[in-house]
Design a protein around this ligand. Structure first.
Ligand SMILES: C[S@@+](CC[C@H](N)C(=O)[O-])C[C@H]1O[C@@H](n2cnc3c(N)ncnc32)[C@H](O)[C@@H]1O
Length: 224
């Protein structure tokens, strides 16, 4: 029984690695590939055991998590500072920090167990541009401002705007990974978007590697 579990796990890791080792993925990440790959390996080996990702996520780690997270990066071109709110296992924050070594990246996460993991990742990957901030986004209102806040799977758009926009400098933006039905969340978010002078959010295509399903990226700019 025990051996079967281990073998299953091993197979899952090999499956997950097939996409991660493909030429298309190596090319996509370029010089940052080794670090992204080291992070993926850490997550494959420890993510489930440490309660960071579900067991079903291991085989689809690259597609659903690593590449999905990378989809925000093309929308952060002008950002010199980024905060990833609700970073959890480091998604998308760690990917942003790896792909944008020129930007300072704050990984904001309240749960101690998760921040301990994030500290390990930052050390292991030698990410000198990443800073782990333990706490809720609301705790940092007035403490720092960034050019962009990223977020994935933290809550409805209305909550994200409410807790994250105070961290965005005027002219900066919220760049959020969402499901394709995100427009359904716009009504509830409008009032709070208006408070920050942000109009209708943009729904942008989150394309990464050919053959990998594109995700949805939502962007809202803070105007006041
Ligand atoms: C479902 S997890 C998603 C983690 C990661 N972003 C991902 O996509 O895998 C949501 C995370 O958001 C964090 N969180 C919830 N509310 C938050 C808030 N107000 N400020 C910062 N983090 C928050 C939780 O502790 C949790 O780690």
């Amino acid at each position: 029984m025990e051996t079967e579990g281990v073998e299953n796990r091993h197979e899952q890791i090999l499956d997950a690695d097939t996409l991660g080792r493909s030429e298309a993925v190596r090319e996509y990440f370029g010089t940052r590939y080794e670090k992204v790959s080291a992070y993926a390996r850490m997550l494959m080996e420890q993510g489930e055991l440490r309660g960071l990702i579900g067991p079903r996520e291991v085989p689809r780690l690259w597609e659903r998590h690593i590449l999905n997270s990378a989809a925000v990066v093309p929308y952060l071109t002008n950002a010199r500072s980024v905060a990833d709110v609700g970073s959890g296992a480091g998604l998308p924050g760690v990917i942003v920090a790896v792909m944008r070594p020129d930007a300072e990246v704050f990984l904001v996460e309240p749960m101690e167990r998760r921040t301990a993991w994030l500290h390990e990742v930052v050390q292991e990957l030698d990410l000198s541009n990443a800073v782990v901030k333990r706490g809720r986004a609301e705790d940092y209102d007035g403490a720092f401002e960034v050019d962009a806040v990223t977020s994935r799977a933290v809550g409805a758009l209305s909550k994200l705007v409410r807790v994250s926009m105070p961290l965005v400098s005027v002219g900066g933006e919220l760049v959020v990974l969402k499901g394709r039905n995100v427009r359904e969340e716009f009504d509830a978010a409008r009032k709070v978007l208006r408070k920050f002078g942000a109009g209708e959010p943009e729904v942008l295509p989150g394309e990464t590697v050919e053959g990998v399903e594109a995700t949805t990226v939502v962007r809202a700019v803070r105007r006041r």
